[in-house]
Write a protein that binds this ligand. Structure first.
Ligand code: SAM
Length: 250
């Protein structure tokens, strides 16, 4: 998968060199290109923003640098045969970024991110590229960040761990919170490791029992308990077929 990020803070994307994403790059699973938007400015001050039409506080990112940057990134990707691009526009006014969307994005060959600063990018940029490729305007939560770079890191990490060959154990994301399947509408419950006794706190007996059926039931009960406490909306939204008789007894 190819990823391009156009930003005025390329150094903000340095975490893409470490941990899981860094390893995916080293293994050739991810081909990441970070670009400085100011390389596509033509004035002495490398200006990327201007005052908003209609008035109001804050500044708006200008069309020209974004248009020239995206044209250049697209030309390079097409020349290298990177496949069909999709534009990912981080914005608090986008659709919520979910695990389901992460799965869909992980199936695409090429993602181009446009993290903004100030009050965002002149709307005409998104409208222009939406005529050429799928555009996903995504919000990583109901709060406002100073810029979209942190959102790019979030989306990239969620997508990268789904790519084949990135996680050591491909089964690891099967039981995750929000993963599709039997536990789809449930958050993951608590996890434990050695030692069995720490500061007087024991690992639940059932986890040491070796009884797979009982362990699976315990995990599901804990997941139900946690979801009811932290995200009752997930339970309310799921259909009646999502729960078995024992779930309903809880
Ligand atoms: N005035 C804008 C609004 O209320 O929608 C907020 C602009 S914010 C200060 C600057 C940039 O940070 C946004 O254009 C976007 O790229 C990024 N950003 C801020 N919050 C975000 C969020 N929750 N999810 C994704 N990106 C976000």
């Amino acid at each position: 998968m190819r990823l391009d990020v156009v930003t005025i803070f390329p150094e903000y994307l340095e975490p893409l060199n470490v941990s899981l994403v860094g390893k995916a790059r080293a293994r050739g699973v991810l081909d990441v290109h970070v670009h400085d938007l100011r390389d596509w400015t033509h004035d002495r001050h490398h200006t990327v923003d201007d005052t908003p039409y209609g008035g109001g506080p804050g500044m708006v990112m200008k069309t020209e640098p974004w248009g020239d940057a995206l044209d250049s990134v697209l030309a390079d990707g097409y020349e290298r045969g990177s496949g069909e691009p999709a534009l990912i526009v981080p914005t608090p006014s986008g659709r919520p970024f979910t695990q389901e969307l992460a799965v869909r994005l992980s199936e695409r060959p090429w993602l181009i991110f446009t993290p903004a600063r100030y009050e965002g990018i002149d709307r005409r940029v998104v409208d222009e590229y939406a005529t050429r490729m799928p555009v996903y305007e995504v919000s990583i939560g109901d709060y406002v960040l100073a810029g979209g770079e942190a959102a790019v890191l979030v989306v990239t990490e969620a997508v990268a761990r789904l790519l084949p060959g990135v996680l050591g154990n491909a089964e690891s994301h099967r039981d995750d919170s929000f993963a599709p399947g039997a536990m789809a509408s449930l958050l993951e419950g608590p996890v434990h490791t050695k030692p069995p006794l720490w500061r007087g706190r024991e690992v639940p007996d059932v986890l040491l029992s070796g009884h797979h059926g009982k362990i699976a039931r315990w995990r599901r009960d804990e997941a139900l308990r946690r979801t009811t406490a932290h995200r009752p909306d997930l339970i309310e939204r799921s259909g009646p077929g999502s729960f078995d008789k024992k779930d309903r007894e809880m």
